[in-house]
Design a protein around this ligand. Structure first.
Ligand code: NDP
Ligand code: GDR
Length: 373
């Protein structure tokens, strides 16, 4: 009998890579998708299976982490061997604007799932993975951060995720459930949401290079992050549920770069050299040279980045750097894709899209490019 997995957040970045991984391992994969007014399954369309065909290996259920009766029904129908709770309002800046909703989905949603598993008597069968986050460290107490570094969350998102972290530990201790926290540091890919910083940069610069946008408006570009590739990180999510004993793990690369450096790498992938001028809110990135044919719309002296204070956060997480030693020692996990290679992959992917838009525009078929920061 194939193992059954249920993924909340299957339509998100990680959900799509995890679904691919589990299908390749022979799992029957069930995913929860939200009802939306337009299609929201772009990241999993390539693995979609027609439910009219016999024995589809991927099945989607409508649902929401704010709806316990819905979660209970889906869990009772599927009786999964593994639940991956990846669903969340996952944007830190947005959580300051929608703090109550973020708490409901990210904190209470986790409790609803755990309680449904227990209520249905699945607590000895179903293994549970919780998408915990390096945002828990917030105002960092120790560098690098490990599984024992104290938490100091700095946003409604991080505070909600802190509840989720501890309720997961609590259900493990109280009910002997197999429940694990993956404390994942930032991970990105060409499927990253367009308003997270890396994708905003790669997509924005590709659009600018092709003449579809004028300038990138950024917040705190001094911010330091430990960026990995989502493909490496979902592998670890699965590995965590295959152990004899449940445990919590930091997943990170152990390397740290600034947002400014990520902008520089992305421009370099387009053959564009940047010079950063000024400081504080007056800092700009100016084109110092262009080589090759990837950025036909740019010339020396063009300003491609300015600071817009609207992207500063009420409380910032200035620096994050993880120590993945435990994951390496206990699970043999090491990340395979560097941040620089990931950046190159993201730029290549966004450039393909920008070129398509530019070509359509050139031939009079103007399809507006969404500029949402
Ligand atoms: P995404 O934002 O790409 O995906 C989030 C998923 O959650 C989407 O499928 C989204 O659905 C779904 N979702 C949102 N609200 C609800 C809801 N109310 N009910 C059910 N589903 C909902 O996130 P990632 O894939 O990047 O991250 C996966 C998880 O890992 C998240 O929990 C995130 O907080 C956490 N995390 C992410 C890190 C990262 O760097 N990527 C690092 C550490 C933790 P829809 O597509 O309809 O919007
Ligand atoms: P983060 O990711 O908040 O770390 O949360 P994000 O990419 O949004 O920000 C990273 C850093 O870049 C700075 N920044 C900007 N960020 C955005 N989004 N837009 C900007 O214009 C901008 N300018 C500078 C931010 O201030 C921040 O310091 C991500 C999410 O995936 C969470 O769900 C996850 O838990 C953590 O990573 C680990």
């Amino acid at each position: 009998m194939a193992k059954k997995a249920l993924i909340t957040g299957i339509t998100g970045q990680d959900g799509s890579y995890l679904a691919e991984l589990l299908l390749a391992k022979g799992y029957d994969v069930h995913g929860i998708k939200r009802r939306a007014s337009s299609f929201n399954t772009q990241r999993i369309d390539h693995i979609y299976q027609d439910p009219h065909q016999p024995n589809p290996k991927l099945k989607l259920h409508y649902g929401d982490l704010s709806d316990s009766s819905n979660l209970t029904r889906i869990l009772s129908e599927v009786e999964p061997d593994e639940v991956y709770n990846l669903g969340a309002q996952s944007h830190v800046a947005v959580s300051f604007e929608a703090p109550e909703y973020t708490a409901d989905v990210d904190a209470m949603g986790t409790l609803r799932l755990l309680e449904a598993i227990r209520f249905l008597g699945l607590e000895k069968k179903t293994r549970f993975y919780q998408a915990s986050t390096s945002e828990l460290y917030g105002l960092v107490q120790e560098i690098p951060q490990t599984e024992t570094t104290p938490f100091h969350p700095r946003s409604p998102y991080a505070v909600a995720k802190m509840y989720a972290y501890w309720i997961c530990v609590n259900y493990r201790e109280a009910y002997d459930m197999y429940a694990c926290n993956g404390i994942l540091f930032n991970h990105e890919s060409p499927r990253r949401g367009e308003t997270f910083v890396t994708r905003k940069i790669t997509r924005g610069l590709c659009n600018i290079a092709q003449g579809l946008e004028q300038c990138l408006y950024m917040g705190n570009i001094d911010s330091l992050r430990d960026w990995g590739h989502a493909k490496d990180y979902v592998r670890m999510q699965w590995m965590m549920l295959q152990q004899d004993v449940p445990d919590d793990f930091v997943i990170a690369t152990g390397l740290q770069y600034s947002v400014r450096e990520f902008i520089r790498w992305s421009a370099a992938e387009l053959g564009v050299t940047l010079e950063f001028k000024g400081s504080g809110i007056d800092e700009t990135a100016v084109v110092a040279g262009v080589t090759g044919d990837k950025a036909p719309a740019l010339k020396t002296g063009d300003v491609v980045m300015r600071i817009d204070p609207q992207y500063f956060r009420p409380a910032e997480v200035e620096t994050l750097l993880g120590d993945p030693a435990k994951a390496k020692a206990k699970l043999g996990w090491v990340p395979e894709i560097t941040a620089q290679d990931m950046c190159a992959e993201m730029v290549a992917s966004d450039l393909r899209t920008a070129k398509r838009h530019a070509l359509l525009k050139e031939h009079g078929y103007d399809t507006p490019v969404t500029i949402e920061n």
